[in-house]
Design a binder for this molecule. Structure first.
Ligand SMILES: Cc1cc2nc3c(=O)[nH]c(=O)nc-3n(C[C@H](O)[C@H](O)[C@H](O)COP(=O)(O)OP(=O)(O)OC[C@H]3O[C@@H](n4cnc5c(N)ncnc54)[C@H](O)[C@@H]3O)c2cc1C
Length: 408
């Protein structure tokens, strides 16, 4: 039940949302939490967990039912992302697969691609990843080097990707490749590489600071022969397609941030009532009360902004600038608030078997992936000053023309 200090959510109001939330909670309680320690050891989660998610309708939530999806609006996907983060469950990487990879295929893929990949993606039989980042470039996507050479009816792909979420478990990866080395952003295309194609190899899952149950790895491509029909979207339009999809990816990070803070707050409220110091529960100290009030307030404030962005995304009106604001501010807030919560656990906060340590470890990358928070600020400020710099550029051009005319 909603407490007086909790903001009524504007996007999750229906009975369907309440029923969906129950399914999600049961899934994480029964099929994810019990395996967490083992998955942390192995560095990835079991395939059966993906299949279970598919069986329960938790994959491809917004995907068209004709491809096996649920055909629901984005608010249901948003609820799943938040709940997963509230449980502190990094795996399975449903959000990457369902809210990033599937939309690329559905929105930009040919009929061949949709029919080949989407039904398996919705059932959990096929898991997909997205490869943009390379060892030598992350923020500057245009500088990628992976090259797909046109050989008539197929490409030959050479290069590598790194930090690929669920890259180790995925059955395919949508890879950003240069198809024209001299065309800048217009020379990038998206091509599906299937695991098992000769020349496509994977590194072992990285040992990470957080998100330990969700694998992240390197991918290597050496003369991989890829059929032409594996192109996603138009040739040379990969960069534009990625820019179109990034607001959704950034909002998923904001949703995960607020879910995670909610989970951490719940654990901390419980702990501060149980733990005693100086013969009283630590929640009796004014410092504890102030810290908890701050976390709760920050959380509810961010929910309001993120709810609005979620509604805008459902209407296809979420701008890259608003998505960047949601991503950067929510993830900054997440790191600060979870740090404050951890402090209230004292030494136990530093011990991995206490859930707060996991929330803390998982939070840090939120400020890095999906575009670093510095890049988010760059995008926002570029938009703010766009007219000014445009005018400056025009004035400079005009002055140069006049000088050239005077010289003649
Ligand atoms: C766990 C994890 C999962 C990931 N999953 C994926 C995935 O599935 N697919 C994928 O393609 N990538 C993925 N990434 C990669 C991630 O998106 C990149 O790490 C991120 O975009 C930053 O790139 P970089 O690491 O190369 O840092 P760099 O670009 O080298 O940046 C280093 C520092 O310089 C700053 N910087 C760079 N440019 C500017 C600038 N113009 N102005 C100001 N500061 C700047 C950055 O903000 C950062 O602080 C993942 C990363 C991690 C850690």
């Amino acid at each position: 039940m909603l407490k007086n200090y909790q903001l009524p959510r504007t996007v999750y109001g229906t009975e369907e949302h309440a029923m969906f939330k129950k399914t999600v909670e049961e899934y994480f309680k029964n099929h994810v939490t019990p395996h967490r320690e083992r998955w942390e050891e192995q560095g990835y989660c079991d395939k059966e967990t993906w299949l279970k998610a598919g069986e329960l309708g938790l994959l491809g939530i917004t995907c068209d039912p004709k491809y096996g999806g649920m055909g629901l609006d984005f608010s249901f996907a948003a609820m799943l992302i938040e709940e997963q983060a509230r449980f502190g469950a990094a795996a399975p990487g449903i959000s990457m697969h369902s809210d990033i990879v599937i939309p690329y295929l559905e929105k930009h893929g040919s009929d061949f691609i949709k029919e080949k990949y989407l039904p398996g993606c919705c059932s959990g039989e096929l898991i997909g990843s997205l490869g943009m980042t390379e060892p030598s470039t992350g923020s500057d996507v245009q500088a990628i080097k992976t090259f797909a050479e046109d050989k008539g009816d197929h490409w030959i792909v050479n290069g590598s990707k790194t930090f690929i979420t669920i890259g180790y478990t995925a059955d395919f990866c949508i890879v950003a490749c240069k198809t024209d080395k001299n065309a800048g952003a217009r020379g990038i295309s998206l091509i599906i590489l299937d695991a098992g194609m000769p020349g496509f190899t994977k590194g072992k899952p990285f040992k990470k600071l957080g998100l330990k149950t969700s694998d992240t790895c390197e991918l290597f491509f050496e003369d991989v022969k890829v059929p032409k029909e594996n192109l996603v979207g138009e040739i040379g339009m990969g960069f534009i397609h990625m820019m179109t999809e990034l607001p959704r990816e950034r909002l998923t990070i904001a949703l995960s941030a607020i879910g995670s803070v909610r989970g951490a707050l719940e654990h901390t409220i419980e702990y501060t009532q149980e733990r005693k110091a100086f013969k009283q529960p630590i929640c009796a100290f004014q410092n504890t009360q102030f810290e908890i009030a701050e976390v709760a307030t920050q959380l509810e404030y961010h929910c309001a902004f993120v709810d609005r962005c979620t509604a805008l995304l459902a209407e296809e009106k979420l701008t890259p600038e608003l998505a960047s604001m949601a991503k950067y501010h929510s993830s900054d807030m997440q790191c600060k608030m979870i740090d404050a919560c951890l402090q209230l656990f004292g030494g136990y906060g530093f011990i991995w078997e206490y859930p707060i340590a996991r929330y803390y470890g998982d939070a840090r990358v939120q400020r890095i992936y999906g575009g670093t928070n510095e890049i988010m600020k760059l995008m926002i400020s570029r938009s703010i000053y766009a007219d000014f710099f445009q005018e400056m550029k025009a004035a400079k051009k005009h002055a140069q023309k006049q000088m050239a005319a005077a010289a003649n």
